[in-house]
Design a protein around this ligand. Structure first.
Ligand SMILES: Cc1ncc(COP(=O)(O)O)c(C=O)c1O
Length: 442
């Protein structure tokens, strides 16, 4: 496959202008400058075509500019664009009803609409404190929950996210995330890896650092995203739920990345057979329109009038896009994700047989991770090799994103077809071969 010469002249000129006026803090990797997109395909400003297996960081659930989403946005924009959260409108209420219908618990549900994942997480932190009147929280190493001061305190995937921003929020402790491929804790006798982590929380954090009654919430990604697309073992969530029940702690599932059908179920937590108390959502909820939601059991969302609010919450265009997104997820995309996601995972397992640099393939639906190692015995993360795979894939027309130390995420729109997966796998295969050659592996 012939690599493209990137960036092209128009992309190069735009990046030069960007560098003069846009914050240098954005973590951009390779130089893709978008012109337009349809479904899983995107084109840059120089007319180069790519398959988008990053979906705007797992956001474009329905594919780029799905006609039904475009129509929902256009129809709403013609009626009204904004009225503020001081008033009411029907699509906001309908979205609340939809989220209640899909809530992974049997009780009544209330939702607070936000503009982003980090705002949903901030809301969850405040709600948990308000509801329990407890001050402390437990989060997990490797987590990503956002970048505002509260959320970034929980974020623990890279120290860089905190560098220069201390002091952060008080009262947040971290436990190891249950990672079946690289468990941080030695398994306790008679326990699995998941139960071992929960026992660590009880013995070491609650036992030594903060009494259980002072813990308001445990905030966790049911499948860890930025930290490496990690799927916890089956024994983890039931033990964590028991621990929360024992001490009256709220279980808060951060579904910003793994929710909205991405794993083949509406919420990722549904794979693990436990009910959380609160869910934070954003990203895929509105196919790219800025929207998030803090979804909670009604009895938990007992904060009074005026205690929490925002100007843009329940934005009419975002709500219209979200309703159309959820309709598509229900009608076809969740099923497509299950079928084509499994097909893609099989293809990745085949690549693992061929490429010694692939240490692990994991994930569910279209939330799949491929971890690169220097060798399978030491499992030493092959960071540079991973970066090269991403770059080689870009030059060959595939957008990928890294996560963890040496993982690539496969997170295309949920509408992606088997033939698009075949094309992407071919590019990944070739990119890995080139990277292995460059790093004298394989
Ligand atoms: C699990 C999770 N929570 C929260 C966030 C923050 O979302 P946002 O970037 O919309 O603020 C992210 C973003 O990647 C995420 O993956």
């Amino acid at each position: 496959m012939q690599p493209m010469n990137l960036p092209g002249p128009k992309a190069k000129a735009l990046i030069e202008r960007d560098q003069k006026v846009i914050s240098p803090s954005y973590p951009r990797g390779y130089p893709f400058v978008m012109d337009h997109g349809r479904g899983t395909e995107v084109w840059d400003v120089d007319g180069n075509r790519f398959l988008d297996f990053a979906a705007g960081i797992a956001v474009v659930t329905t594919g780029h500019s799905h006609p039904k989403i475009v129509k929902a946005i256009q129809d709403q924009a013609e009626k009204f664009i904004h009225i503020s959260s001081d008033f009411y409108h029907e699509n906001w209420i309908r979205l609340g009803e939809k989220l209640a219908e899909h809530a992974p618990w049997k009780e009544d549900t209330c939702s607070f609409m936000t503009n982003s994942g980090t705002e949903s997480v901030e809301g969850a932190i405040k709600l948990a404190r308000y509801h329990t009147q407890a001050s402390h929280f437990i989060g997990f190493l490797g987590a990503f929950h956002g970048r505002t001061i509260g959320a970034v305190t929980f974020t623990a995937s890279k120290a860089n996210y905190k560098n220069g921003f201390f002091p952060l929020m008080n009262g947040v402790l971290h436990a190891p995330y249950p990672n079946p491929y690289r468990p941080l804790l030695a398994r306790k006798p008679g326990m699995g890896d998941g139960e071992t982590v929960v026992s660590y929380i009880e013995e070491e954090l609650i036992g030594r650092l903060v009494p259980g009654k002072d813990v308001a919430g445990i905030l966790i990604e049911p499948i860890q995203g930025e930290g490496g697309y990690l799927v916890p073992p089956d024994d983890f969530f039931p033990a964590l739920r028991k621990l929360c029940d024992k001490y009256g702690i709220l279980l808060i599932a951060d579904e910003v990345q793994c929710g909205m059908g991405r794993t083949g179920k509406f919420w990722a937590i549904e794979h693990f057979g436990v009910e959380p108390d609160v869910i934070t959502s954003a990203k895929g909820i509105a196919s790219g329109m800025p929207l998030g939601a803090l979804v909670a059991k009604k009895k938990v969302m007992n904060w009074p009038k005026g205690s929490h609010g925002n100007t843009y919450g329940g934005n009419p265009i975002s709500c219209a896009a979200s309703l159309a997104t959820i309709q598509l997820i229900e009608d076809e995309l969740m099923e497509n994700t299950r079928v084509v996601g499994a097909y893609c995972k099989d293809g990745l397992f085949d690549l693992q047989k061929k490429h010694p640099s692939i240490g692990d393939v994991r994930g569910m639906g279209f939330m799949l991770g491929v971890e690169f190692v220097e060798d399978r015995e030491s499992k030493a993360p092959a960071e540079k090799l991973r970066d090269d795979v991403v770059d080689f894939a870009f030059e060959r027309g595939l957008l990928l994103l890294g996560c963890g130390k040496s993982v690539i995420r496969i997170a295309p729109p949920l509408s992606t077809s088997k033939s698009e997966v075949d094309d992407a796998l071919k590019i990944i295969d070739e990119s890995i071969s080139l990277a292995e050659k460059k790093h004298s592996l394989g």
